[in-house]
Structures are given as C-alpha cells and as structure tokens.
Design a binder for this molecule. Structure first.
Ligand SMILES: NC(=O)c1ccc[n+]([C@@H]2O[C@H](COP(=O)([O-])OP(=O)(O)OC[C@H]3O[C@@H](n4cnc5c(N)ncnc54)[C@H](OP(=O)(O)O)[C@@H]3O)[C@@H](O)[C@H]2O)c1
Length: 254
C-alpha cells in the first residue's frame, strides 16, 4: 500500500541532496511531484528518473526567495495536477563560514531571505491552496544548527533555521482548524553537496561525523524517510513539532 497515492507534493530544492531524495521517495509512494529549484537540467534529469520508474512528476524553475516564484509554483501545481496536498519547503543555502563581524548586511539578508523568507513565502501561497482542497501537510526543513548546537561562524544560517522552527509553531496553531498540519524536520549532518561544503576536508568531515552519536553522516534517503513520515498520515496527530533526524547529535557528548 503506497503512503501518498493520489496526493500532490511540491518539493523545493529538488535538484540536489535531500529534496531530490524526497522527490524520488514520495513519487515511489504514489505522489504526483512538483519539483522546484533554479537548475533546470538537474530537475529535468530527476523528472526522467521518476517517470522511467513509473512515477508522476513535473518541474518548475525559479528562485524560491522571490514572491513571484512562491505564487506561480503553487498555481502551476494546481493547474498541472489539480491540487496541492503536501509541500516540503527544503531549499536553502549555507552561506560563507565567517565570524559575525565580517558578515555584510547584504550577505545576512541573502541567507535569511533564501532560507527563512522562502519558507514564509511558501506558506503564504501554499496554505490557501491546501485550505481550498480541504487540508494538507506542510514540512519545513530546518537543521540541528541553531537548535541543538551552536556552530561558530554560521550565525546567519543558524538564525534562518531557528526562525523556520518559530514559523512552523505559529503556523501549526494558525492552520490546525483548516486541517493543515505544519511540522519542521531537523536533519543532522547529511551527505549532500551542502553537507560536503560544510565539511570540505577529511579533518572537518571527521569532526562533523563525530558530533553524531552514530558517528556518521546521514544519507539523503534516510532524511527523506523522516520527511515522508511528516508529510504522510503516519504523523496524523503531530503538528507544530521539530522532529530531529540527527543521528543523536542532541544526546552525544563524546
Ligand atoms: N546537508 C546537511 O548536512 C544538512 C543538515 C541539516 C539541514 N540541512 C537542510 O536540508 C535542506 C536541504 O539541504 P541539502 O543538504 O540537500 O543541500 P543541497 O544539496 O545543497 O541542495 C540545496 C537545494 O536548494 C536549492 N536552492 C538553493 N537556493 C535556492 C533558491 N534561491 N531557489 C530555489 N532553490 C534553491 C538548490 O537548487 P538550485 O541550486 O538548483 O536552485 C538545491 O536543490 C536545506 O534546508 C538544509 O539547510 C542540511
């Protein structure tokens, strides 16, 4: 029995890493996928892989920090598949690692707008579409950074990801009466282009792996399974939660 049969799921940041793994897993679970990111070739390749495996998917190119993208990607989902049941707002950037006094206002704003502004804009247009369809499930991808761990030289990223958790909690209470659940997913270190950028030397990778009780990074597919839990009716009594899929970073002290 497929968990997402008949559902339409919009996934941002689907050209790479966790978003790409979510798109493939959700499609295998029967969802119609709207895959969003800026790089068209990567999205087209993903759509080919999903359709060759018997799934249903289309893509939409745009910058999720722009309001026009947030609005038109929802319109596109409604036009193409006739519904919007699930949204995984996952797209984000890490930004340069640097001490706070070296961050320019332009760099700060770029990271906050890309990671947190896109979450707000996503919700602004996804929620009315879900309400009109009788309900839905919104998932925001946050991070252990800024929640269980304060990492030096990542203040803008941490602030953006902590902000996503606050947004999640507010929207969960705002939208519960509309049968819309809103949850945040907090991955630990994950072996994606972003994870590799954050731990770009063997020494840094070993440091990051050792932060986890499990002493390794997650695969994007492992994190996609946690996103599937939040997106699907398996988590039907959860709303407003910050779900850790962090390999035990939050309990590890050695
Ligand atoms: N990897 C980790 O260790 C880790 C840990 C905790 C949390 N996370 C979170 O997990 C999520 C996915 O990260 P990942 O590791 O899979 O990263 P990734 O492989 O670098 O993928 C990031 C995705 O976001 C998209 N994106 C970035 N800026 C965008 C924009 N302005 N408009 C549209 N799309 C944009 C990228 O697509 P285009 O470049 O094609 O636009 C790409 O598909 C992020 O929210 C990240 O903060 C990651």
């Amino acid at each position: 029995m497929k968990q997402l049969s008949g559902k339409t799921a919009l996934i941002t940041g689907a050209s790479s890493g966790i978003g790409r793994a979510c798109a493939k897993l959700f499609a295998a679970q029967g969802a119609n996928i709207v895959a969003v990111a800026r790089r068209e070739n990567e999205l087209q390749q993903l759509i080919r892989e999903i359709t060759e495996a018997g799934g249903s998917a289309t893509c939409f190119c745009g910058d999720v920090s722009e309001e026009n993208t947030a609005r038109t990607m929802v319109d596109y989902s409604l036009d193409y598949f006739g519904a919007l049941d699930i949204a995984v707002n996952n797209a984000a950037i890490l930004g340069k690692s640097q001490p706070v006094e070296e961050i320019t206002m332009a760099e700060w704003t770029h990271i906050i707008n890309t990671n947190l502004g896109s979450a707000f804009l996503g919700a602004k247009y996804q929620i009315p579409a879900m309400r009109a369809g009788g309900g839905g499930s919104l998932v925001f991808v946050s991070s252990f950074v800024g929640y269980t761990l304060g990492m030096p030289h990542m203040s803008a990223y941490a602030a953006s990801k902590a902000g996503v958790i606050g947004l999640t909690k507010a929207l969960a209470s705002e939208c519960a009466a509309d049968n819309i659940r809103v949850n945040a997913l907090l991955p630990g270190g994950t072996d994606t282009p972003m994870g590799q950028e954050a731990a770009s030397t063997a020494e840094a990778r070993s440091f990051v792996e050792n932060l986890h009780a499990l002493k390794r990074l997650a695969s994007p597919e492992e994190i996609a399974h946690s996103a599937l839990y939040l997106a699907s009716s398996s988590s039907s009594f959860s709303t407003g939660i910050a779900l850790l899929a962090d390999g035990g970073i939050s309990v590890s002290r050695i």
